[in-house]
Ligand binder design. Structure first.
Ligand code: F6P
Length: 347
């Protein structure tokens, strides 16, 4: 993963790809500042990998100055824009991307994104001889090898703030709410938000085995009825997107039908992707941006920057995309234990 012949890095290409995440701007800023310190130019490519393969976006590529990243650390979204790019799954797209990088005299590329973006980066290696480094930026926190991804902490916070508000109205009406959270196919956001909001139920891939939806519905209904008998108050279920066929709205309808109780669905959706990054994401992004530039100077390639136990590491891109990072079993167990306790005592 480290080149044997260190090549001098004069121009770094930079892009953000996939779902935007709060803290991406902080990472862009960090890359530009660190590169500037080492007298390396940074060329920003816009709209994700489309900036390397679509003519109208290729033309937008430009050097990023210190002024460009002034006063952006607190901004959500990404100043480089983002996209998911189907062409990067094809030979034609990969070749086009390689040509664009060569045409712009890029020595090394940094891509801030999630595992899908890293698959593109890995594939690009077969067509382009420059160095590549990934920086994990996704609210889903599902990238293996790093304790946290940029954007996750903010998304969890946004979920918590929203559900705390939902709790107020749910309490007033002693009503059941079903709140759907993002995360694609992993439950990092759902579990963390659920625990932090003292949700009565957390339904996610990690604790809710697939199978007969009708059986699961029956069990859920009887748990809610039991809980409502001992404690008259609000009841909040957080559910991971893509878990229940038809999502939160359909689950609410089915529960209403079965239990006769009022159930209100609420899909938090893209609100979780936006907003000003919390301190943790700004700091993580800053550390990762610097590490990525340093990694390129040290001749590293084909790697992702990762933070483990508060220290920066590099892991291979293959390792990073091999598995989705699982929600820690400790967290799943803690939620199950708390659920069992609250069901017994009236708290
Ligand atoms: O990967 C980030 C994410 O927000 C997921 O949580 C979600 O499933 C997906 O992106 C939504 O993608 P889009 O914005 O393209 O609908």
């Amino acid at each position: 993963m480290t080149g044997t012949n260190l090549r001098s890095i004069k121009r770094i290409g930079l892009l953000t790809s996939g779902g935007d995440a709060p803290g991406m701007n902080a990472a862009i800023r960090s890359v530009v500042l660190a590169a500037h310190h080492y007298h390396i130019d940074v060329i920003g490519f816009y709209h994700g990998y489309n900036g390397l393969v679509c003519q109208e976006y290729i033309e937008q590529a430009k050097p990023l100055t210190l002024l460009d990243v002034n006063n952006v650390i607190h901004l959500g979204g990404t100043l480089l824009k983002s996209a998911r790019c189907q062409l990067m799954l094809e030979e034609k797209g990969l070749q086009l991307a390689a040509n664009t990088l060569d045409d712009n005299n890029i020595d090394a590329l940094i891509v801030i994104g999630g595992d899908g973006s890293f698959k593109g980066l890995l594939a690009l290696q077969q067509y382009w001889s420059g160095q590549v480094i990934g920086v994990p930026g996704t609210i889903d926190n599902d990238v293996d090898g790093t304790d946290y991804t940029i954007g996750f902490a903010t998304a969890v916070n946004t979920g918590i703030e929203a559900i705390d508000k939902i709790r107020d109205t749910a309490d007033a009406f002693e009503r059941i709410f079903i709140v759907e959270l993002m995360g694609r196919h992993s439950g990092h956001i759902t579990f963390n938000v659920g625990i932090a909001c003292a949700a009565e139920q957390v339904l996610s891939f990690e604790n809710f085995a697939g199978g007969e939806q009708s059986l699961q519905l029956e069990q859920l209904t009887s748990e809610i009825i039991k809980a409502k008998e001992v404690r008259h108050s609000s009841y909040i279920i957080v559910i991971a997107e893509n878990l229940w066929q038809g999502g939160a709205a359909e689950l609410a309808r089915q529960l209403r039908e079965r239990s006769g109780m009022e159930c209100t669905p609420c899909i938090l959706g893209h609100i979780q992707r936006g907003g000003s990054p919390v301190a943790k994401d700004r700091i993580l992004a800053t550390k990762m941006g610097v590490a990525a530039v340093q990694g390129h100077i040290d001749g590293k390639t084909n790697v992702m920057v990762a933070e483990r136990d508060n220290a920066m590491h590099f892991i291979t891109l293959e390792e990073a995309i091999k598995h989705h990072k699982l929600v820690s079993q400790q967290l799943v167990d803690a939620q199950q234990n708390i659920l069992a306790l609250t069901a017994q005592r009236q708290c």
